[in-house]
Ligand binder design. Structure first.
Ligand SMILES: C/C=C/C(=O)SCCNC(=O)CCNC(=O)[C@H](O)C(C)(C)COP(=O)(O)OP(=O)(O)OC[C@H]1O[C@@H](n2cnc3c(N)ncnc32)[C@H](O)[C@@H]1OP(=O)(O)O
Length: 284
C-alpha cells in the first residue's frame, strides 16, 4: 500500500480503496503537504485496476477544520513543493505566486478530483469548515453522520467564499446565498434536504454504512461507472460551472489582495483580515 505522512491509504475490501485524512490532532486542517499527498493518493487509487470506488474519510472528531491556519509561510510551502506548473511560483512580491499556488492546490485539485475517472465517496463526521468543504464537494457521493455540520465562514475573513465555488450547485441559489452570507453552519439533515448529502447515518454506523454504499457501486462494471460519472459531470459544464468558478476564484484573490493592502503593506503571509485570531473558532 502507498504510505503517506498525513493520510492512511488502505484497501478494506475488494474493489474499494479508502483514504483517511489523518491529522486528528489538527482537526484534519489541510496544509500544503496534506493536499499534495491527497492528490497522490487519488492517483494511486486511479492507477490500481483493482479499485473501482474510492472513499475519503477522516480520523478524529471532525472531518476537516479547513485550511491550516498555522501554515503561515505560504512562500516556503509553495516553493518546497514547486509543482506550480506553468505559472511563476517565485513572484511573491505581487499577487502572482499566491494566486498561482491557490489555483493549483485548491481550485485545481478540486476540479481534478471532481473529474477523477472512478466514483468517489466522502464519508463525513463532525465539523466541515470552509476549506473542509473542498474535501467534500468535489466527490460524487456524500455520506454524513448525524453530527456533521457544514459551514463556510470565509465572509468573516473578508473573503467571498472558499476557492472551490460550488455553493450554488451544492445547495441551490437561495440556500447558497444564506449559507455564504450568514456564515452559519447547516446540519447534515439540512444539507441532505438541499441535495448536498446522499445519506445521513448514525455516527456509530458511518463507517459500515459508507462501506455498504461503496459495495453498491463496486459491483457495477468499471467502464459503465466511468461513463455514467462523466455523463452526469457534463451537467457542470453545460450549466456554466467553469465560468462561475473562474470568476469566483478571481474575486477570492481580489479580496486577499484587498486585505493585504489594508493591513500594514507587507504582502505575503497575512492572508486574513485583522480580528481573525491565530486560532479562530467557527463561531467568529
Ligand atoms: C479561504 C479560507 C479557507 C479556510 O479554510 S480558513 C480556515 C477556516 N477554519 C476555521 O475557522 C476552523 C478553526 N477551528 C475551529 O473552529 C476548531 O478548532 C474546531 C471547531 C474545528 C474544533 O474544535 P475543538 O475540537 O475544540 O479543537 P481545538 O482545540 O479548537 O483544536 C484542536 C487543535 O487543532 C488545531 N486547529 C484547529 N483548526 C485548525 C486550522 N484550521 N488550522 C490549523 N490548526 C487548527 C488547533 O490549533 C488545536 O491545536 P493545539 O492543540 O496545538 O492547540
Amino acid at each position: 500500500m502507498p504510505e503517506f505522512d498525513t493520510l492512511i491509504y488502505e484497501r478494506p475490501e475488494p474493489g474499494i480503496a479508502r483514504i483517511w485524512l489523518n491529522r486528528p490532532e489538527a482537526r484534519n486542517a489541510q496544509d500544503t503537504h496534506l493536499l499534495y499527498e491527497l492528490n497522490d493518493a487519488f492517483d494511486a487509487a486511479m492507477a490500481d485496476d483493482g479499485v473501482k470506488v474510492v472513499i475519503l474519510a477522516a480520523k478524529g472528531p471532525h472531518f476537516s477544520a479547513g485550511h491550516d491556519l498555522r501554515e503561515g509561510d505560504h512562500r516556503a510551502a509553495g516553493q518546497a513543493h514547486k509543482r506550480v506548473g506553468t505559472w511563476n511560483a517565485d513572484n511573491w512580491d505581487g499577487a502572482e505566486a499566491y494566486y498561482c499556488r491557490e489555483k493549483e492546490i485548491y481550485e485545481g485539485f478540486c476540479r481534478r478530483w471532481r473529474d477523477l475517472a472512478k466514483p468517489t465517496i466522502a464519508s463525513v463526521q463532525g465539523k466541515v469548515i470552509a476549506g473542509g468543504l473542498m474535501l467534500v464537494w468535489p466527490f460524487d457521493f456524500v455520506i454524513a453522520s448525524e453530527d456533521a455540520t457544514f459551514q463556510d465562514n470565509t465572509l468573516y475573513m473578508g473573503i467571498p467564499g472558499v476557492e472551490y465555488f460550488a455553493h450554488a450547485w451544492e445547495l441551490g441559489i437561495r440556500k447558497a446565498k444564506e449559507f455564504l452570507m450568514t456564515g452559519q453552519p447547516i446540519t447534515a439533515a439540512e444539507a441532505q434536504a438541499a441535495g448536498m448529502v446522499n445519506r445521513v447515518v448514525s455516527p456509530e454506523t458511518l463507517e459500515s454504512e459508507t462501506l455498504a454504499f461503496a459495495r453498491l457501486i463496486a459491483d457495477k462494471p468499471s467502464f459503465a461507472l466511468k461513463l455514467a460519472k462523466d455523463a452526469i459531470n457534463a451537467a457542470f459544464h453545460a450549466q456554466g460551472f467553469e465560468n462561475v468558478q473562474r470568476a469566483a476564484f478571481n474575486a477570492h484573490h481580489l479580496a486577499h489582495t484587498h486585505y493585504r493592502l489594508h493591513q500594514d503593506g507587507s504582502f505575503m503571509d497575512r492572508a486574513f483580515a485583522p480580528g481573525i485570531p491565530a486560532k479562530p473558532k467557527s463561531d467568529r
